[in-house]
Write a protein that binds this ligand. Structure first.
Ligand SMILES: [Zn+2]
Length: 548
């Protein structure tokens, strides 16, 4: 028998009891404390932006159920390395637009943690945070979440979906039921095709009540106004106007629990103008052999039912962003908390691990999602060794791959290239990689010359393309990266002075090392006094070297 410290503390500590609910889910207050913690911990990579007020904050004194409160600010966490100037492409993901879908803020918070905690150790995370504007909003609907938390004192959360807007809702059920409660459905209130097409309800107690007018509710307009300021309008006003193939920006509106990757349109069964590319991105989000979540995919109306005034129809319809709405699995709006990170609730991995690859892919392609969807992945990018003395080469290998499930744009790989420190969009120099370019999956390699690289950590960016262009553009896929650490000092000089064929297993002559040190501008003999053992090329070497 052992004491469960966490559970015991929950029983006795009113501070903690107040904060989490239903086995560990964060309350609104705790979600916001989490955001503050990130800002404090990573001040150069994170800022917390207040984009508006919830309905209850905008209407003080109006919210009295379950007990009076006055709403919340609406916060989004902006993640980027602010020491690297923009402009940068936008990836926006948000959660909990439907309050009872309580797994969604948890998954968004884990994405935040993943990007910040791995910045120093994962080269893909490094370049994403350096070069992309990532906006993560775990809690779109804090008023609704506040009501959900109140159910059973937190032990049996309410199946409350909508926001806190109670105008006209006096006749709705209280306590709220899954199908009858006041509030506006924030995902039916966006100012695009609002109430157009039978994809929402005009009855105030219904789950899909659209509100009194397009964009009437502050949670919707806070997102609309912020994203309008971040992403240009790239699509014409007509229903059939496509965004250009080079359009930028990705929007992801996360729900539960249908386990499906949805894209636009929801308001009509007519295919959206950028259908082929959008669908192929969704196929990648799903593909298990490309890090996807394994869910089905399709337009909202194909996979579920008509939706009008929905968020992703707005993001694509008004701005031309590639817009998706993944319904996480979980089998219920209120899955056991352990299913966020661990297998269970119908998820073989847990909801966050199952969807991490999908979210990272969306972040990676945010610069030009439609065009990049025509390109291959760059997988297993490795530098070997990952740490070398200056002047010693490192082998770079990767697999350029179109052959993931249901890739409609698969073709033979035509080329691969890498960049050191400066990626293509920042004016970096492409260095070609070797490979046998005659199939959809090609192993590629290169020898990285480190003679002119500074001592320290470098980012190696790798990408591949297809043999065929699309609409006049080369079909480069998303980048994957690896670190290469270049070391200096003694070991460096010593290794450069070795000649394996003639010197293997023998001492390096003092004289030889001294000559090289002198030639390299370190003329003080005291630098040469250190005897060293160095492992190189599978052998142990002994000799004298320069000491920094
Ligand atoms: Zn939902």
């Amino acid at each position: 028998m052992e004491i469960d410290e966490n559970s015991s503390r929950n029983l006795s500590d009113p501070q903690i009891l107040r904060d989490t609910f239903y086995g560990g889910y964060k309350s609104v207050e705790e979600i916001y404390a989490f955001l503050d913690q990130k800002v404090a911990q990573f001040p150069n990579l994170v800022e917390k932006i207040d984009i508006g007020d919830s309905w209850c904050k905008a209407n003080p004194g109006s919210c009295v159920l379950p007990s009076p409160w006055n709403g919340y600010d609406l916060f989004v966490l902006h993640i980027t390395n602010r020491n690297i100037p923009g402009p940068k492409p936008v990836f926006w993901a948000d959660g909990d637009i439907h309050a009872r879908e309580i797994a969604t803020p948890e998954v968004v918070m884990r994405m935040i943690d993943y990007l910040l905690n791995n910045y120093d150790t994962n080269a893909d995370v490094r370049w994403l945070v350096d070069y992309h504007d990532i906006w993560l909003m775990p809690e779109v609907n804090p008023d609704g979440h506040h009501i959900v938390e109140a159910g059973g004192g937190g032990n049996s959360p309410y199946y409350y979906r909508k926001n806190g807007d109670n105008v006209g809702g006096g006749g709705c059920s209280w306590p709220p039921t899954a199908f009858d409660h006041f509030g506006v459905d924030n995902n039916r209130n966006f100012p695009f095709k609002w109430g157009c097409c039978g994809g929402s309800s005009g009855f105030v107690c219904d789950q899909t009540y659209r509100g009194t007018s397009a964009g009437s509710d502050p949670e919707d307009m806070a997102i609309v106004n912020k994203i309008r300021a971040l992403v240009p309008d790239q699509r014409g006003p007509g229903d059939t106007d496509p965004a250009p193939i080079t359009a930028t920006g990705v929007y992801q509106n996360i729900h539960t629990n249908a386990a499906v990757n949805l894209f636009t349109w929801g308001w009509t069964s007519t295919q959206m103008p950028n259908y082929a590319e959008t669908r192929n991105i969704a196929a990648h989000m799903a593909a298990p052999n490309a890090g996807g979540n394994g869910y089905p995919y399709g337009s909202i109306i194909e996979e579920l039912y008509p939706v009008d005034g929905g968020s992703i129809d707005w993001a694509y319809g008004e701005l031309g962003m590639a817009a998706f709405s993944t319904e996480l699995g979980g089998q219920d709006f209120l899955p056991s908390y352990s299913c966020i990170d661990n297998p269970g609730c119908g998820s073989s991995q847990g909801l966050w691990p199952e969807n991490r690859g999908m979210l990272l892919y969306l972040a990676k392609i945010a610069r030009t999602p439609y065009l990049t969807s025509h390109g291959p992945d760059a997988n297993t990018v490795v530098t070997n060794p990952p740490s070398v003395p200056q002047g010693v080469p490192s082998q770079l290998t990767a697999s350029i791959n179109f052959a993931w499930s249901n890739n409609a744009f698969s073709q033979n790989v035509g080329a691969a290239e890498y960049y050191i420190d400066t990626p293509p969009w920042a004016g970096g120099t492409a260095i070609p990689m070797n490979g046998t370019f005659n199939s959809p999956t090609v192993a590629v390699n290169a020898t990285i010359n480190t003679a002119s690289l500074s001592v320290g950590r470098h980012v190696i960016f790798v990408r591949g393309r297809g043999v065929s262009d699309f609409q006049g553009f080369q079909t480069w896929g998303p980048i994957s990266a690896a670190f290469l650490d270049v070391t200096g000092g003694t070991e460096n000089l010593l290794k450069r002075s070795l000649t394996p064929d003639s010197w293997r297993g023998r001492d390096i002559r003092h004289r030889d090392a001294a000559d090289r040190c002198l030639r390299r501008g370190r003329p003080q003999l005291r630098h040469l006094q250190r005897c060293l053992h160095v492992r190189w090329g599978g052998h142990l070497w002994r000799g004298y070297g320069c000491q920094r």
